[in-house]
Design a protein around this ligand. Structure first.
Ligand SMILES: [Zn+2]
Ligand SMILES: [Zn+2]
Ligand SMILES: [Zn+2]
Length: 146
C-alpha cells in the first residue's frame, strides 16, 4: 500500500465503517510507510505529514484501525507494541536480539500452516503469533570481526 494516495486510504476507512478523519488517514499512511514502527515512531511520522496531532489522537487512531483489522499490532517480548499494514496473511517476524531490527517472514510453506494446531480445542483459529529470535547478518558480521 506504499503507493496508496490519501483518497485511496480514505475510501478504505469508509469501507470499514470508519470516518476518514485526517488523523486516521495520516496514521494509516504512516503505518504503511513505516512497517513495524512503534506508536511513538508513528507519532513522529504523522506529525511530519499532517502537522500537529496529539499523541492520544494517534493512539486512538491506532486502536480503531487495529480493531477493524486494517493494521496488525504485535508486541515482541521486551519491546513496545509495533504496527504494520500487512494483514491477513499470518506472516511472522524475525527479530534480532542485538539491534532489534524486525523482518517479515512468510508462514512456513503453504497457506498459514501454523493455524492448523495439533489440537484446536474447538476454537476457530485466526492467528498464530510466531516470533523467531536470533542475530541478524550485520550483527553477526560485527560480532565475528571485533
Ligand atoms: Zn542485528
Ligand atoms: Zn510484519
Ligand atoms: Zn506460520
Amino acid at each position: 500500500m506504499s503507493e496508496a494516495t490519501a483518497v485511496d486510504v480514505a475510501q478504505l476507512l469508509r469501507e470499514n465503517g470508519l470516518h476518514a478523519t485526517a488523523q486516521r488517514v495520516g496514521v494509516l499512511r504512516a503505518v504503511s510507510e513505516h512497517p513495524h514502527a512503534t506508536a511513538d515512531e508513528i507519532v513522529v511520522a504523522v506529525r511530519d505529514r499532517i502537522g500537529a496531532i496529539s499523541r492520544q489522537s494517534v493512539y486512538d487512531a491506532l486502536a480503531a484501525l487495529t480493531e477493524r483489522r486494517l493494521i496488525r499490532r504485535f508486541q515482541p517480548a521486551g519491546s513496545s507494541a509495533r504496527y504494520e499494514d500487512r494483514v491477513g496473511d499470518n506472516h511472522h517476524h524475525l527479530i534480532c536480539r542485538s539491534c532489534h531490527v524486525v523482518v517479515d517472514v512468510d508462514c512456513a510453506v503453504g497457506e498459514a500452516p501454523c493455524l492448523t494446531a495439533a489440537d484446536d480445542a474447538g476454537y476457530e483459529l485466526d492467528e498464530a503469533e510466531v516470533v523467531f529470535w536470533g542475530t541478524c547478518p550485520p550483527c553477526l558480521a560485527t560480532a565475528t570481526t571485533t
